[in-house]
Ligand binder design. Structure first.
Ligand SMILES: [Zn+2]
Length: 460
């Protein structure tokens, strides 16, 4: 069934990282455990209250727009999207319709249609009390109501499940790099819907919308499942129904949620309570000003690290994902002039330093110290375990002077005549034992290679 061509367009919602909510002064606190503590008359939609636009949220979306080479709006406004649901206290959601903040742009080779700003809904829980004497009940937590949300829509230009997954990962990376959001899919900070169709003749087939995708792995699996399901149905002569389907994580398949007879009429109209924004009159919202404030973006960082020619793709990915680690690598890089030194430094950073930071996230060694350790290691003055302990302790491991090794080795030889006999009889393990004794005697400060040479020299 490979002759069917898959086409996917994505719609992504990502919570923005801001101090306060989109239209009020309540804290934007995604990790809050207690329900309904970050609420006020504005986000609970009490009569007579008025929303105020969160500048930080507008900035975040514009910065993302610039980072993805989109066209920023000169003029923008907010619209009311009218529908009723308990998680939307006003009876409408404030969103953007005719005048999104950003149009066009690309990310990970995928063309974007638009990026706009809206407010999140509250969080409903429907299964509480199930099986208890109180019976099943639904509760609503309004902490999330009014949290700023970036909505991004791609063109239907993705043709494989892997490319869709790659796009979603790159978007998460970009949101984090720009500081616009954390975008943890498992926490619901980034939510994704995929419009999926298959076709044989180059036209677009009937699209099916798949929701409830909660991880990158599920993005790829849900799309692959739909591609196979739709191709098989068409092959049997069936007609694909335009519908919304959910992704069942446990069963690893999609299921029909509702058939779409017609598109919703949300009766969008500009929100009369909010001012129109003429962004071209705000100097801090110009593309040039926003671009100047961006950090190095993941794609540029990836290309720069690849150009060094010494790092594996996996190492590059690790550095691109961890800004603290990659900044540190850059600092060390300026001090080390050969590919060998740099490769050694990369190994210590990606393994030992990254490993220690997993246990101790605030820890970071001094770049100058790591440079000194790398040079000492490369020159043979420090062995690998000594170099590692030097980096972790922040002080250079003391090294037993080469001149004192013969005396140390002589003592060991005297103490282990049988092992020496074994060594002379050609038993390889005997040499390792003697080196081990030397490391023990020197309390780990001898260079194992130098020790090996001293033993071999004495025993011949
Ligand atoms: Zn509020």
């Amino acid at each position: 069934m490979s002759e069917y061509r898959l086409t996917v367009g994505l719609e992504v919602h990502a919570e923005l990282r801001t101090e306060t909510k989109m239209f009020c002064a309540c804290r934007n606190a995604p990790d809050e455990r207690a329900p309904n503590v970050h609420v006020c008359p504005v986000c609970l939609a009490h009569p007579g209250t008025l929303p105020v636009i969160n500048k930080q949220a507008v900035h975040n979306v514009l910065r993302m727009g610039v980072a993805m080479d989109g066209t920023l709006a000169d003029y923008t406004e907010f619209d009311r999207k009218n529908y009723f649901y308990p998680d939307i206290p006003k009876g409408y959601q404030i969103s953007q319709y005719q005048h999104p903040l950003v149009r066009g742009g690309t990310l990970a080779g995928v063309a974007l249609t638009r990026v706009h700003l809206e407010e999140d809904t509250a969080r409903s829980q429907h299964t509480l009390g199930k099986g208890t004497s109180e019976g099943e009940k639904s509760l609503v937590d309004y902490n999330r109501a009014g949290v700023p949300l970036l909505e991004l829509v791609t063109e239907p230009v993705i043709h494989s499940a892997e490319d869709a997954g790659r796009f979603a990962r790159e978007l998460q990376l970009l949101l984090r790099s720009v500081g616009a959001g954390e975008a943890n899919m498992e926490k619901g900070e980034m939510r994704l819907e995929a419009n999926i169709s298959v076709s044989k003749d180059g036209t677009l087939g009937t699209k099916v919308e798949v929701k409830n995708i909660n991880s990158f792995r599920s993005v790829e699996r849900a799309i692959a499942f739909e591609a196979a399901r739709q191709s098989a149905a068409l092959e049997k002569g069936e007609v694909i129904v335009q519908e919304t389907r959910g992704w069942d994580e446990a069963a690893q398949k999609t299921f029909s949620q509702r058939k779409k007879e017609s598109s919703h009429d949300y009766r969008y109209f500009p929100d009369p309570d909010l001012p129109k924004l003429v962004l071209s009159e705000l100097p801090e919202c110009s593309a040039a000003a926003l671009r100047a404030g961006l950090p190095e973006l993941p794609a540029a960082k990836r290309a720069r690290l690849q150009a060094l020619g010494i790092l594996q793709n996996q190492d590059i990915a690790q550095l691109v994902e961890d800004a603290v680690l990659s900044d540190f690598f850059s600092k060390v890089e300026t001090e080390l002039d050969t590919p060998e030194l740099l490769k050694t430094a990369a190994n210590f950073i990606l393994n030992d330093i990254a490993g220690e930071r997993k246990k101790n996230p605030d820890w970071m060694p001094q770049a100058a110290h790591v440079v000194a350790v790398v040079r000492a290691y490369q020159s043979g003055a420090l062995a690998s375990p000594q170099a590692k302990s030097s980096i972790l302790s922040g002080t250079m491991a003391s090294v037993t002077a080469a001149e004192t090794l013969p005396a140390l080795v002589a003592g060991i030889i005297d103490a282990h005549p049988q092992v020496v006999a074994d060594y002379k009889a050609g038993k390889g393990a005997a040499l390792q034992f003697l080196i081990g004794q030397g490391m023990k005697e020197s309390k780990g400060s001898a260079n194992p290679q130098a020790l090996r040479e001293a033993i071999q020299k004495i025993l011949g």
